[in-house]
Design a protein around this ligand. Structure first.
Ligand code: F6R
Length: 615
């Protein structure tokens, strides 16, 4: 939540910062602002609404040019999305400017204290206190980095802060506690950003910042210290994707591009993880085989779409390893005093690696002595850093707020973890593992085939643009797919959408069925567990008898559903446990097209932000 950019170098800071904000706008789009130390003073501009409003403002009232600057795109927490609450926030003399991501929990006390010393705070934000406190420390003789350290020691909560001062025009200072901040190191220029996408066009050399660290950015390099001033160890890394990966590449929306990238994302996530003999080589899982054999349960924590991946993983883990697996919403986890010990393996799934609820859940698990394995898409982010091991998904940058390719790669990673546990614990024979791996390796092609047949799904979606409600039903792994389909529709089309386990229907939700209500049904494969299939075919008949318009997602060749499907969406024949990798795709396309038909912003749905860095 909130995108932050800082720059020091020889280019126009405003140009670099605005281009960076453009790439970070998916993190929040309630307001945007910039500040540039120039001509002995500090110039700033900010506007409520999307970045385009700030762009207009800068055209009407250009700022003086400078080669140091900061910028912010906001997802509002304290104070509505107004001009006054937009970042940057300045002190009363207008000499220091600060941008912030996170929540400063003790801001009310600090605000009272500052007011008592004659400061005039003009916004409703928690952030503004930082500008005033920094100004006080700077006036008392601290340089900007030291002022930041002193101020951070007084703050409670989660924060990334980035500041500039008119009297230190060649320096940008950043601080990090619990919210993301990465450093980019270029030739004679340095960058700070919430995510590498902001500076990837300039450098692919990055530095991770740790917890409670302050970074001082100058043209010729960066200095990192702890909040106490002690020199800090940092990890440098090379970003393995380039600027084009963060562009729309000819698609109207990032979401469309990301849906189309799924076959590759799935294949990339499998790459290098299977040896010539067909066994899994998950070197990243740095938890010893002996410890994995001792496990007595797996607990998955995640939020939103990642939680749905976890729900599907449960079926695979329990089936393949015979280990009990619980799946829990990260936001509920630590508050119910979960039973954990060193024999529990906690798997934290997160695309961004920054979701605060998931981070807090994994910290709680580690405090109880459990080992945590992260499944994550973002190198250098907090969740993998704080976990015992990480299995990276290789989806590439996911920019659209609604998660698509990250979900499919999370599923692949979950299957790999399940198979690996089976391999290490001996609950799966080598040839069984090889058979699943073979099926997984073919999935990328199956996803490709689904994508080639989506035109009727788009047409159907457009025809439903006037509807208020869509229901989703599934059984077994199709149930979390139904939940995911409903989530996609809610967030993109702003429609009432609910996912149900098809077997639950008769226990209440069937009362919702009325004439012409669209109900999407995800049908399990008729092969293998055909009892599931037969039961859902009955469920389709039950809802159709009550007037529902049935939209049936079923395997090629599944003829039993044909008489009861008002609309039939075919997916390739796939082993039951792996079916979500193909059955989810039409639901993504459906939601995206419905959103477009309803005139909604596909990549930036209202009220949402990409990484949820507050609890
Ligand atoms: C939905 C969506 C969210 C995220 C959730 C977790 O399309 O994107 O529900 O899945 O906020 O985010 P990560 O995976 O970054 O922890």
């Amino acid at each position: 939540m909130c995108g932050i950019v800082g720059y020091v170098g020889s280019q126009s800071a405003l140009d670099v910062v605005m281009a960076g904000l453009k790439r970070l706008e998916y993190r929040g789009y309630d307001s945007a602002g910039v500040a540039v130390p120039a001509d002995g003073g500090l110039a700033a501009a900010k506007r409520a609404g999307k970045l385009v409003n700030l762009e207009k403002e800068l055209l009407e009232r250009p700022l003086p040019s400078g080669s140091t600057g900061i910028g912010h795109t906001r997802w509002a927490t304290h104070g509505g999305p107004t001009d006054a609450n937009a970042h940057p926030h300045l002190d009363n003399a207008g000499r220091v400017a600060v941008v912030h991501n996170g929540i400063i929990e003790n801001f009310a006390a600090l605000r009272g204290e500052l007011a008592g010393r004659g400061h005039d705070l003009v916004s409703e934000t928690d952030t503004e206190v930082v500008a005033h406190l920094l100004a006080e420390e700077f006036s008392a003789g601290a340089d900007l980095a030291e002022a930041m350290r002193l101020v951070c020691r007084r703050l409670e909560g989660a924060f990334t802060l980035v500041a500039v001062h008119a009297d230190a025009p060649d320096v940008v200072v950043g601080a990090r506690r619990n919210s993301p901040l990465v450093v980019g190191v270029g030739e004679g220029e340095s960058f700070l950003a919430s995510d590498v996408a902001a500076f990837i066009a300039h450098t692919r050399s990055a530095i991770e910042l740790g917890q409670d660290q302050v970074v001082e950015l100058r043209r010729d390099g960066v200095t990192v210290t702890g909040f106490d001033g002690s020199p800090a160890e940092v990890r440098s890394y090379h970003v393995d994707w380039d600027a084009s990966a963060a562009e729309k590449g000819g698609y109207d929306y990032f979401m469309l591009k990301e849906i189309a990238e799924q076959p590759k994302a799935v294949a990339d996530t499998l790459l290098g993880r299977i040896d010539a003999a067909g066994s899994l080589t998950l070197d990243e899982v740095r938890i010893g085989a002996a410890e994995l054999r001792e496990l007595d349960k797996v607990v998955i924590v995640a939020c939103g779409t990642a939680f749905h991946a976890g729900l599907i993983a449960k079926y695979a883990i329990e089936h393949w390893t015979r280990l009990p697996c619980e799946v829990e919403l990260a936001s509920e986890f630590r508050y119910r005093d979960p039973i954990l010990d060193p024999r529990s393996l906690v798997v934290a799934i997160s695309q961004s690696g920054e979701t605060m609820d998931t981070l807090m859940a994994l910290r709680h698990a580690r405090e109880q002595g459990s080992k945590v394995l992260a499944i994550c898409n973002t190198n250098g982010s907090t969740i993998p850093r704080e976990s015992d091991a990480v299995l990276y998904t290789h989806a590439g940058p996911e920019v659209a707020v609604a998660s698509t390719k990250a979900f499919l790669t999370q599923l692949v990673a979950c299957y790999l973890v399940a198979l690996y546990l089976g391999q290490v614990r001996g609950t799966k024979w080598g040839d069984e593992i090889r058979a699943v791996i073979r099926d997984l390796s073919r999935i990328s092609g199956a996803v490709e085939r689904v994508l080639e047949t989506m035109e009727p799904v788009r047409a159907l979606a457009r025809s439903l643009a006037g509807k208020k409600t869509v229901l989703f039903l599934g059984r077994h792994v199709g149930y979390p797919v139904a939940l995911e389909g409903a989530l996609k529709l809610k967030e993109l089309a702003y429609m009432h959408a609910e996912g149900f386990a098809a077997g639950e229907l008769k226990h209440g939700p069937i009362a919702l069925i009325e004439e012409d209500l669209p109900v999407v049904v995800v049908v399990p494969s008729p092969r293998g567990r055909s009892v599931l299939h037969d039961k859902i075919v009955s469920n389709i008949q039950e809802i159709r008898a009550r007037g529902a318009r049935t939209i049936v997602i079923a395997e090629e060749g599944d003829d039993a559903v044909v008489p009861y499907a008002d609309h039939l969406i075919r997916i390739p024949v796939t082993p039951t446990l792996l079916q979500p990798l193909v059955s989810t795709v039409p639901l993504q396309v459906f939601a995206c097209e419905l959103a477009t038909a309803r005139g909604n912003e596909v990549d930036q749905p209202r009220n949402l932000a990409k990484s949820v860095t507050v609890e």
